[in-house]
Design a protein around this ligand. Structure first.
Ligand code: FMN
Length: 229
């Protein structure tokens, strides 16, 4: 698959087919993703892969917590700033609107929204998932390394005909994940990622992106001259 096609066809898929992902494919993807860059080559990602019985057990335990209305685990990092300023606030709200529209759930239908969100902890039906941890000593640049690594994984999954959904949602049930993967205490769970073949019967609305001028500035030589003047 052409790289541009991989980038453009990657999206957060929230409906997976009941079709297993071969272990050798996951090994091929994760071996190649290990070539992602990281500051001083620290390779700060620590990944656990679940399929089969361990994943089924995780979904079962998480499902029980959801059904019991169990409180979320205390946070080890904040997912977003408490007060999102413009333009991020508007982008987040546009995303929420589109997401619930695609599900046919009204914005004021709190229960419907909760039901949709709870699919996170069933990995949207995916037969495979990974959980990406980082050492708690690591700083912002190493967390950024994790992002590069995870995007590399997601693009390689596209090259294998697979789809994915990165999920910070798993961080709120991190203790349940820990019961299954038994990470050392010095690791923090950044996110999970559901992996599988797409269920083409699940509706979705493709997210948009801000126009290039909003996020990218080409600094022209004329700007140098006007600053010098
Ligand atoms: C680090 C990270 C965490 C995310 N966490 C979740 C999540 O918990 N649940 C979910 O449904 N989507 C999650 N997403 C998916 C985003 O909502 C999605 O990437 C964004 O809306 C852009 O849409 P697209 O990926 O389909 O292009 C996450 C994405 C990233 C990069």
């Amino acid at each position: 698959m052409d790289l541009y096609e991989a980038v453009k066809s990657r999206r957060a898929v929230r409906g997976f087919a009941d079709r297993p992902v071969p272990r050798e494919v996951l090994e091929r993807v994760l071996s190649a993703a290990a070539w992602s860059p990281s500051g001083s080559n620290l390779q700060p990602w620590r990944v656990y892969v679940l399929t089969g019985e361990p994943l089924a057990e995780l979904k079962k335990r998480a499902g029980e917590r959801v059904a019991a209305g169990d409180a979320w685990d205390e946070r080890e990092y904040e997912m977003y700033p408490t007060a999102l300023k413009s333009p991020y606030r508007e982008r987040r709200s546009a995303f929420g609107k589109e997401r619930y529209k695609s599900l046919g759930v009204a914005r004021e239908d709190w229960e419907g929204r909760q039901r949709a969100a709870s699919e996170n902890w069933q990995c949207f039906g995916a037969p495979a998932a990974l959980f990406c941890y980082i050492d708690r000593d690591m700083g912002l640049p190493q967390w950024a390394d994790l992002g590069m690594y995870l995007q590399t994984v997601m693009l390689l999954l596209r090259a294998e005909g697979l789809h994915s959904c990165p999920q910070m949602a798993w961080s709120v049930y991190r203790k349940t994940v820990a019961e299954i993967v038994h990470p050392p205490d010095d690791l923090v769970l950044f996110c999970g990622m559901s992996i599988g073949f797409e269920n083409a019967n699940v509706d979705y609305i493709r997210t948009g992106r801000a126009p290039l001028e909003e996020t990218v500035t080409f600094v022209e030589s004329s700007a140098l001259r006007s600053h010098a003047a």
